[in-house]
Design a binder for this molecule. Sequence first.
Ligand SMILES: NC(=O)c1ccc[n+]([C@@H]2O[C@H](COP(=O)([O-])OP(=O)(O)OC[C@H]3O[C@@H](n4cnc5c(N)ncnc54)[C@H](OP(=O)(O)O)[C@@H]3O)[C@@H](O)[C@H]2O)c1
Length: 249
Amino acid sequence: MSVTTVLVVGATGSIGREVVAAATAAGLTARALVRDVERAGRVLPADTDFVVGDLTRADTLTDAVHDIDAVIFTHGSETGDWERVDYGGVKNILAALGTRRPRIALMTSIYVTRLGEGHDEVIGWKRRNEWLVRSSGADYTIVRPSWFDHAAATDNRIVFEQGDTGDGGIRRDQLARVLVEAILTDTAIGKTLEVFAQPGEGPGDWSALFGALDPDTGLDGAHDATRVPLEDEPAQIQLDMAAVGARGN
Ligand SMILES: NC(=O)c1ccc[n+]([C@@H]2O[C@H](COP(=O)([O-])OP(=O)(O)OC[C@H]3O[C@@H](n4cnc5c(N)ncnc54)[C@H](OP(=O)(O)O)[C@@H]3O)[C@@H](O)[C@H]2O)c1
């Protein structure tokens, strides 16, 4: 399916804003999901196509998902409301889509599988988000960014890894470009990757870069060293995975 209109979730955020710019630069129509029109007016270009909705309420998301070809998820709670915003947002967008399955790029984080290192609660919800997307039946790419802005202006080489063992940084504009290229590149489908910036030249061949990665199998990312069994999760999480899978497959 060719992508024309992409819904940017978290469009007023530090990464979402860059994604709106990168998608527009790639010739796509970026539809920005915003919950505060005044804020959107301050941080997004005046000609941005935006739609109002709250990720915690599925009933507000119908207009957002109307006739979209792709979704890029970049949202996150600033107040620790990860279950309702980070996880609930993905669950509610998938619910609003019904049986439709546009192309998806989901931003999570490095360390998402590394338990016991101080961030188990937030990474737990991000890991479950990855499960929702892998269960959904959509053509997806999951991008696990390294630390924002911990990269120099000359670190133009994009490095993808798998297995969630690496550490490093990425510029926000680079991350946005990766998320946009992910929805435009067939070899990115069904893959989960960590992304880092290193000294060197920027990528010329996105198809080759994504194509060198291994596809995921089942609920986890390819090569993930740590796997949390779904059977150990609360019953509601298991029900959510079953429900999203039943709609999309
Ligand atoms: N910092 C790092 O180095 C790093 C590395 C890897 C991953 N991450 C992850 O990246 C994410 C942060 O990205 P960021 O800097 O772009 O975040 P941000 O600037 O705080 O943006 C968050 C976005 O989510 C939106 N949002 C929050 N609640 C919402 C709701 N109920 N309905 C609709 N939209 C909602 C916000 O909208 P408003 O503008 O209306 O608030 C905003 O657009 C976090 O989840 C973090 O865990 C961070």
